[in-house]
Design a protein around this ligand. Structure first.
Ligand SMILES: [Zn+2]
Ligand SMILES: [Zn+2]
Length: 359
């Protein structure tokens, strides 16, 4: 009898300990920048409650596993292809996922995708209190209702789809002038939208990069070579309020493939926080050897703008690279002008940097 009781205790313990407990998280080493913590975020994804193919808490498990800090589940309001099996309940994906998010310490924002023909296209509203009031015909009215709830609203994948894709129309101007449109996806999935990048720069809109994932995320981890497209958000506090404040203030960068895309104001400090150059450990008559550590999750690609140092340099993610600098009179600290070619401050412009080598 006691043995049976013991067995039941073990079974109960195994059941309670289910879910993601014990599942390994693969952290993404993006450093903090002066004054701000860097959160890795994906604010666009789907579940079975619209056209996705996973149950909502699975989105949280995936986020935890691949090193994300914050997500929003954003099912379509107007498109429910599974409705014969999964009833239309706009808040349900959030409600089903939020408990798991709390267990994992992943920040989960309640969101929805407002889905209209292009133009004007699709919009995400996140940090909503209730999705139901957004189910109404007039687009401007929908976006107003989202704003009445204090939501952050961004235009999704502006180059998708239809003959007038990627066109800034009167509706966009109207939403923008009312202050109801806060950002644009500069990247969605594997696609980059240079026009959207330009609009964000011109109009002080927040740059977003998201996965828009519909199927399960099959990655065990995100790597420099293969990762989810995501938004890096520079926050003063790791809470939903901190996240919303940072997004409304435009403090973001986008990680797409091997590129970091953003305003110079944010990607320049991210670059310098990622790079650590030690004093040279060997000097000879005509060269010095120095270790350069890249503490971020993205490879850093450099092109020389000066005379001294290699013409090109790649500093792999989360690694230390040995660099030889040839030349005479290499005494004292050096400042080498380079361009970080995969850090984009505009569609056709990369970030100029200085590699400072201490004495
Ligand atoms: Zn969409
Ligand atoms: Zn979507």
């Amino acid at each position: 009898m006691r043995r049976l009781l013991w067995l039941w205790c073990v079974i109960l313990w195994v059941c309670l300990a289910g879910g993601v407990d014990g599942q390994v998280r693969h952290e993404l080493p993006f450093p903090a920048i002066p004054g701000y913590e860097t959160l890795k975020c994906d604010f666009h994804m789907h579940t079975v409650f619209s056209d996705g193919s996973v149950w909502p808490p699975v989105r949280v498990d995936e986020a935890w596993r691949v090193g994300l800090d914050a997500i929003a589940v954003t099912d379509h309001i107007e498109y429910q292809p599974h409705e014969e099996d999964v009833p239309t309940r706009h808040n349900r994906s959030y409600e089903l996922a939020v408990g798991r998010a709390r267990q994992c310490g992943v920040l989960l924002a309640r969101g929805a995708e407002i889905t209209r023909d292009t133009p004007p296209g699709h919009f995400n509203a996140i940090f909503l209190e209730n999705v139901d009031p957004l189910e109404t015909d007039d687009l401007v009215d929908v976006i107003k209702r989202a704003n009445d709830q204090g939501a952050f609203v961004f235009w999704n994948h502006p180059g998708w789809k239809g003959p007038e894709l990627g066109r800034w129309t009167d509706v966009h101007t109207q939403l923008y002038e009312k202050g109801w449109l806060h950002g644009i996806e500069v990247a969605n999935g594997e696609t980059y939208y240079p026009e959207a990048h330009r609009w964000c720069l011109e109009k002080q809109l927040t740059m977003m990069g998201n996965s828009d994932i519909h199927g399960p995320d099959l990655r065990l981890r995100n790597t420099a070579a293969d990762h989810r497209t995501m938004t890096l958000v520079f926050v003063t506090e790791r809470t939903l309020d901190g996240l919303k404040a940072a997004l409304k203030a435009g403090r973001t960068a986008v990680w797409l493939q091997d590129r970091i895309i953003g305003r110079r104001e944010w990607i320049e400090p991210l670059f310098y926080a990622s790079l650590e150059v030690e004093p040279p450990h060997l000097r000879t008559n005509n060269a010095l050897w120095v270790k350069m550590a890249n503490g971020s999750a993205v490879d850093i690609r450099l092109e020389n703008r000066g005379q001294l140092g290699p013409a090109e340099l790649v500093l792999p993610a989360d690694s230390v690279t040995l660099v030889r600098i040839a030349g005479r009179n290499l005494d004292g600290p050096l400042a080498l002008p380079y361009t970080a070619t995969n850090f984009l401050v505009a569609p056709d412009r990369s970030l100029d940097v200085t590699l400072r080598i201490p004495e």
